[in-house]
Design a protein around this ligand. Structure first.
Ligand SMILES: [Zn+2]
Length: 117
């Protein structure tokens, strides 16, 4: 780490260090803050949710328990206005695929009705 690097240490609820954010300023201070803070805010929200996750909290998609050791995603609100919380990574991605598939469903053939002979 070089002198002049900025470091932000994220501490967990028990005072343990969860993450360090470090970057080397290449711009005057105010601009750095404006360009870096949104990324840190999203990262912090994710870390904070993960740190606050009670093991066994049900996934909003499949309602099976979530654990911090699992692959978890930050779940987007449907209208992209923000984040709803954590979900299984697989469930969150499947939900996104389902939305895309639903948009395409109009082009699929209607099921053929069985004929009475
Ligand atoms: Zn799930």
């Amino acid at each position: 780490m070089e002198p002049g690097d900025l470091v932000y240490t994220l501490a967990g609820p028990h005072g343990n260090t969860i993450a360090h954010f470090a970057w080397t300023p290449k711009q005057p201070g105010a601009e750095i803050v404006h360009s870096v803070v949104p990324f840190i805010a999203v990262a912090l929200a994710g870390f904070a949710l993960l740190a606050a996750l009670v093991p066994g909290t049900p996934c909003p998609h499949c309602h099976r328990p979530m654990h911090p050791s699992m692959a978890l995603d930050l779940d987007h609100a449907d209208d992209r206005s923000g984040y709803r919380g954590l979900a299984h990574a697989s469930c969150n991605r499947r939900a996104g695929a389902n939305k895309r598939n639903a948009a395409r469903a109009n082009t699929t053939l209607a099921p053929v009705k069985s004929r009475k002979w």
